[in-house]
Design a protein around this ligand. Structure first.
Ligand code: B12
Length: 353
């Protein structure tokens, strides 16, 4: 049962370029006006987008989690809402992919992919293209977060920096700044980009400024009594979102752990070599993009192969694990946490068992 899903996901992942060109030609047959409208850049974009859709479909099927595909479709709906691509064009693209897969996959597998795509399309149709702010009324630091982000959106990193340093002087804890200010303003930045309210350059500027400001807070991190525990924190290969992992490493450090932070896009081989070398109590693996779940799973399987690493507990975290309940169990991790504070709590619970 599980194997057929994995095999279907794998076959979809391995599909070659001729498939995507055939889908494009079919879309032109149904919508000849698109053929007139698309220049070579738009044709390439259509092909890239279709490949991208399949990378999500493949992970959703591999893990037998409709929610992973649905959330992606909800994301597309909002993203394309501000752009000159209609719902009908997007839905037709998915229908053509579904029918194209019927031609190349064995029956049992194409039934699975059709079910995922049909359910996804219904979800797409039912979702309004709305995305509420991540800076909510429940956030005790709402005003600080709003003011901080507003400075950065306007390109004023010095005022953003001063605002944070002033709140540190006023005894706001680093943990509150991390979770209630930086984490939510980063997510809000993503939302503003997705809604086309800020540019990619602004998003990069805000992220770089936040990383710089987090680095200025380092003197406040290393104040606790040291424990004799080690943690390795790393993003998987292909994963460029590193701030969540950085926060996890920093909060471990604040709690007296010795942390080894390897950042974004670390190769499996390199990670395994370092796990062998440092023999940590905990390995914390971070992934944000749904198409990286398989790599997380591969890392876990590789660690489990070595007798010398048997005692190590593996934690996973990041967006896919937040939306797909118990996915962490299915891929063989020992635990999952929704944020950096909870990560340390779980890790210490393991060690006190
Ligand atoms: C900054 C950013 C980038 C930067 C990252 C730079 C950097 N140095 O990190 C860059 C420009 C590289 C980037 C690239 C892309 N991005 Co981007 N990015 C973001 C953004 C705005 C912020 C990420 C962030 O810092 N979040 C804040 C951290 C603190 O939150 P977190 O990661 O969830 O971490 C917490 C918990 O999850 C947990 N946790 C995390 N890891 C772990 C691990 C363990 C073990 C545990 C226990 C817990 C844990 O603890 C953390 C701290 O509390 C997000 C928006 C968002 N919603 O996150 C989009 C976002 C993730 N990106 C998105 C996209 C689409 C992309 C690109 C595809 C864009 C493109 N067209 O190229 C690429 C993909 C790159 C790749 N292959 O990885 C989308 C993803 C949507 C989707 N469908 O999946 C988002 C959601 C934006 C959006 N709203 O549309 N991005």
């Amino acid at each position: 049962m599980v194997e057929i899903y994995k095999e279907t996901g794998r076959m979809i992942k391995d599909i070659d370029d001729s498939f995507f060109n055939a889908i494009l030609q079919k879309q032109f047959e149904y919508q000849p006006e698109l053929k007139e409208r698309y220049n070579s850049k738009q044709i390439q974009k259509y092909i890239d987008d279709t490949k991208y859709h399949l990378s999500y479909l493949s992970e959703a099927i591999t893990n037998n989690r409709q929610v992973l595909f649905n959330e992606y479709l909800a994301w597309i709906k909002i993203y394309f809402n501000g752009l000159p691509v209609t719902d009908d064009e997007i839905i037709l693209n998915f229908l053509l992919v579904r029918d194209g897969l019927k031609e190349i996959l064995p029956n049992e597998m194409s039934n699975i992919s059709s079910k995922f795509i049909n359910t996804g399309i219904e979800y797409y149709k039912s979702k309004p293209p709305l995305l509420p702010s991540f800076i909510t009324d429940e956030n005790p630091f709402k005003e600080l977060a709003q003011n901080y982000l507003s400075f950065l959106v306007n390109g004023d990193k010095n005022s953003a920096h001063q605002l944070i340093m002033k709140s540190v002087e006023n005894k706001t804890s680093i943990k509150d700044l991390y979770l209630n200010v930086f984490q939510v303003t980063q997510k809000e930045t993503g939302r503003l980009w997705q809604l086309s309210r800020i540019t990619v350059a602004q998003e990069h500027f805000i992220t770089a400024a936040t990383q710089l400001i987090m680095a200025q807070l380092y003197p406040y991190l290393f104040t606790t009594e040291l424990k004799n525990y080690k943690v390795i924190v790393s993003c998987v290969e292909g994963e460029l979102h590193e701030i969540g992992a950085r926060m996890v490493a920093d909060i471990f450090e604040m709690e007296g752990w010795n942390s080894y932070y390897f950042g974004a896009n670390t190769s499996i081989d390199n990670l395994i070599d370092n796990i062998k070398k440092h023999q940590p109590n905990i390995v914390a693996i971070s992934a944000t993009m749904i198409f990286n779940i398989s790599t997380v799973s591969k890392i876990i399987q590789t660690i489990r192969k070595f007798d010398s690493l048997k005692k190590i507990k593996i934690l996973v975290g990041g967006y896919p694990f937040l939306i797909a309940e118990d996915l962490w169990k299915d891929i063989g991790a020992d635990g999952f946490a929704s944020d950096a504070l909870a990560a340390v709590e779980i890790a210490e619970r393991f060690l006190n068992q």
